[in-house]
Structures are given as structure tokens and as C-alpha cells.
Design a protein around this ligand. Structure first.
Ligand code: IPE
Ligand code: IPE
Ligand code: MG
Length: 246
């Protein structure tokens, strides 16, 4: 079976899941933790190299203060509770996003979790918190611009590899499969640069209901896709699969 090397997921639909049950939206966020656990476990079991999950966008700061506060305490709680088990399962945890926007204690916990799991060789898990694709590209641009300003790099030598290396997902293969739950067909400022050639998969399932079967369905769909990377169908069916440079 042709598995993606890297899966990116927009975990959407928590609020609607809760509202449909007459519960506060935050109950949906809490219920969304179990599918996160299950998805990590399943990706590890399948030997998938990387998983990047969208937990909180740079735009989600616009939500009611009470919901934002609850989400931040949920991250804290989940980190404290899950990190030991992730470590035992050899998961390498990283948080991507503008962490300066987060509380100091949360920033500390994140740094600890990353340090603890840094040498792990299992699933590479990226949790996007206060993340925006445009922010990511802007930050990378600033980094590269500084090198140009200091004379280390010539503007004409800036290439895709240099900019990629300055992005949050540096040193990871681009996501091959982009999953969004919750029924909306949009990217919502997730990994804009890195999903240039990702296969997009949209599911009406609300995130708290996403389970191993739902993931298997997405993987089965992915397996049916013909990835052409700009070439013709004849070219790719005759060639060994691979990216644009393969
Ligand atoms: C996704 O669920 C979680 C976050 C954005 C933090 P939502 O909270 O967006 O749920 P819906 O889309 O309102 O149902
Ligand atoms: C995208 O969901 C962000 C996360 C899942 C964390 P949103 O619910 O914020 O997306 P929009 O606002 O409906 O596009
Ligand atoms: Mg939503």
C-alpha cells in the first residue's frame, strides 16, 4: 500500500460536535483529544514518518476570550498528561507556530516536551499552535533577508531550498496528504508553502468522531490518487513514483 510519508490534518468541527449535543463548544475541544491520541497511535503503528496537526491558528485568537483560555489550558493539560507516553512510544514532539504569543508556563512545558523527545526516532509529530501559513513564510523571509543584509547571501541565490529550510517544517518532507475534517473545503492558512503538491482530502466527519477507520478511509483514497507533479499520466505511470525532482 502506498502510504503518505507526511500527513497534515486540520482538526475541525469540535464546536459543532458539542453544539449538536447541546453542550458548550469547549466540551467539543475536550472530546477532540481522544482522536488526536488515536491518530498519533495509528500513524506510529503504520510507520508513517511525520504527522502535523492544526490545533490553533493565528486567526483563532479572534475567538471569545473564554474559549481561547479553555483551549490554552487544554493544551497545557494534554502536554502534561501525554508527553511521557509519547516519549515511551518514541514520538518526537515539536510545536510549530508563534509561541511568543503563548503564556510563559505553556512555553516552558513545550520546551521541556521538545527537549525530552528530541532524540526519538519514531513518528515526527508537529503540533501547530498559534500557527499561520503566511506568518510562517514571513518569518522565513525575515530570516533570509537578514542573511542578505549581512552579506552572507546574495539575493539572486535565494532558492526554494533556502526558504524551505527557514520554514517551521524545515528538514521534513512536504505533506503528501492533507486531511480536513468538519465538512469545510478550505485551507484556513495552514501550511501554505508546504502543501503545494499535497493531495487534499475533505471529510464531513466532525473531529471528535474521527477514528482509525476514518483515517484508513483517507489513506485508501490517497492510494487511488495519481500524483503527476506537472507531468503527464503516461510519464508517471512509466516512471518510479517520486516528487518533481525524481
Ligand atoms: C477546531 O474546531 C478546533 C479549533 C479551531 C481550535 P472548531 O472549534 O473550529 O469547531 P467548529 O468548526 O466551530 O465546529
Ligand atoms: C482551522 O479551523 C484551524 C484549526 C483547526 C486549528 P477554523 O475553524 O479556525 O477555520 P475557519 O475559521 O472555519 O476557516
Ligand atoms: Mg472550525
Amino acid at each position: 500500500m502506498a502510504l503518505p510519508r507526511h500527513i497534515a490534518i486540520v482538526m475541525d468541527g469540535n464546536g459543532r460536535w458539542a453544539e449538536a449535543r447541546g453542550e458548550p463548544r469547549t466540551a467539543g475541544h475536550r472530546a477532540g483529544l481522544e482522536p488526536v491520541r488515536a491518530t498519533i497511535k495509528e500513524c506510529s503503528r503504520l510507520g508513517i514518518e511525520a504527522l502535523t496537526i492544526f490545533a490553533f491558528s493565528s486567526e483563532n485568537w479572534r475567538r471569545p476570550q473564554a474559549e481561547v483560555t479553555t483551549l490554552m489550558s487544554l493544551f497545557m493539560e494534554a502536554l502534561e498528561r501525554e508527553v511521557a507516553e509519547l516519549h515511551v512510544n518514541a514520538v518526537r514532539v515539536k510545536v510549530i507556530g508563534d509561541r511568543r504569543q503563548l503564556g510563559v508556563r505553556l512555553q516552558q512545558r513545550i520546551a521541556e516536551a521538545e527537549a525530552l523527545t528530541a532524540a526519538n526516532t519514531g513518528l515526527k509529530l508537529q503540533v501547530a499552535v498559534s500557527y499561520g501559513g503566511r506568518w510562517d513564510i514571513l518569518e522565513a523571509t525575515r530570516e533570509v533577508a537578514k542573511e542578505v543584509a549581512s552579506g552572507q547571501l546574495r539575493a539572486e541565490d535565494i532558492d526554494e531550498a533556502r526558504l524551505s529550510a527557514a520554514l517551521q517544517l524545515a528538514n521534513l518532507p512536504d505533506p503528501d496528504l492533507f486531511i480536513r475534517t468538519g465538512g469545510n473545503h478550505r485551507v484556513s492558512n495552514f501550511l501554505l508553502w508546504n502543501i503545494a503538491y499535497a493531495e487534499l482530502y475533505f471529510s464531513d466527519i466532525l473531529w471528535p468522531d474521527f477514528d482509525a477507520q476514518a483515517l484508513a478511509n483517507a489513506l485508501a483514497d490517497f492510494e487511488q490518487r495519481e500524483r503527476r507533479f506537472g507531468m503527464t499520466g503516461h510519464q508517471v505511470s512509466g516512471a518510479v513514483s517520486g516528487g518533481p525532482s525524481a
